[in-house]
Design a protein around this ligand. Structure first.
Ligand code: DGL
Length: 273
């Protein structure tokens, strides 16, 4: 067993959305510790340029490396779309994003070959979901729809608010005209709106949350690289949470969605990295 096996996994997002991925890693890889970073001072990423998202992502990767992580998960579609390819060439530890796993499962799920993708403006305009899916299933038809108001609504905690339902109707009813049978939740914040989205799209559309598939891909990657932590699960896992602003709000939010209460969230100055 290499000594790296016991090192934590670095997970990051622009804010709370990546917690949906952290939650799946906790459920499916219970022996692993996580160091999570939420860039709460600079959220949202989805309306920023590639150069900016890449700069932010590089800073976060540098910070995570100071925490001796053995692998990194970019738990953000926007950063996966804009930064994964470049950063993968720059670092020596394994790094994965959320887009490829989500694209793969959507192709496996669709029966009529019509897939909807919702995400930030950046993710949708990058066309990255479409190109991954076309590689796997060349005749697939993909309809993308940016839903920029979802991220601030989730960050605000307005998960079940009537305003959120109204906004979701505006975004999603248009997509339904394309007779999609599968809808990718292509932003890690969106699974938190799952029940609202489900009500609007109905039972005939399968919702794909790339978070679960990402956790499974991470497990396979760690096994392949000989990096899995042999611990079978821990009573007191040693997860650490860092943010760039508003640590208390983040902690309260995290405690409402994670399988156990986190005691401490620490604010750091990410611009120093
Ligand atoms: N949760 C992120 C994503 O998956 C980013 C949302 C944002 O910061 O705009 O794209």
């Amino acid at each position: 067993m290499s000594k790296d096996c016991k090192a934590p996994i670095g997970v990051f997002d622009s804010g709370v959305g990546g917690l949906t991925v952290a939650r799946e890693i906790m459920r499916n890889l219970p022996g692993e510790d996580i160091v999570y970073f939420g860039d709460t001072a600079r959220v949202p990423y989805g309306s920023k340029s590639k150069a900016t998202v890449l700069r932010y992502s590089r800073q976060i990767v540098r910070f995570l490396k100071t925490q001796q992580v053995k692998a990194i998960v970019i738990a953000c579609n926007t950063a996966s779309a804009y930064a994964l390819e470049d950063i993968r060439k720059e670092i020596e530890i394994p790094i994965i994003g959320v887009i490829q796993p989500g694209a793969k499962v959507a192709c496996e799920t669709t029966a009529n070959g019509r897939i909807g993708v919702i995400g930030t403006k950046a993710t949708i305009s990058s066309g990255i979901y479409t190109s991954f899916m076309r590689r796997q299933k060349p005749d697939v038809q993909v309809v993308g729809k940016p839903c920029p108001l979802f991220v601030p609504l989730v960050e605000e905690g307005w998960i079940k608010d009537p305003i959120t339902v109204e906004v979701a109707k505006r975004y999603l009813e248009e997509l339904l005209q394309y007779d999609i049978d599968t809808l990718i939740l292509g932003c890690t914040h969106y699974p938190l709106l799952r029940s609202t989205i489900r009500e609007i799209v109905g039972e005939k559309v399968t919702l794909v949350n790339p978070a679960y598939e990402t956790a499974i891909e991470l497990r396979e990657l760690l096994e392949r690289e000989g990096l899995s932590n042999p611990a079978k699960g821990k009573e007191h896992p040693n997860h650490c949470f860092y943010v760039s602003d508003a640590a208390e709000d983040f902690r309260n939010f995290a405690n409402s969605i994670l399988p156990y209460d986190i005691e401490m969230t620490q604010q750091i100055n990410i611009e120093e990295y």
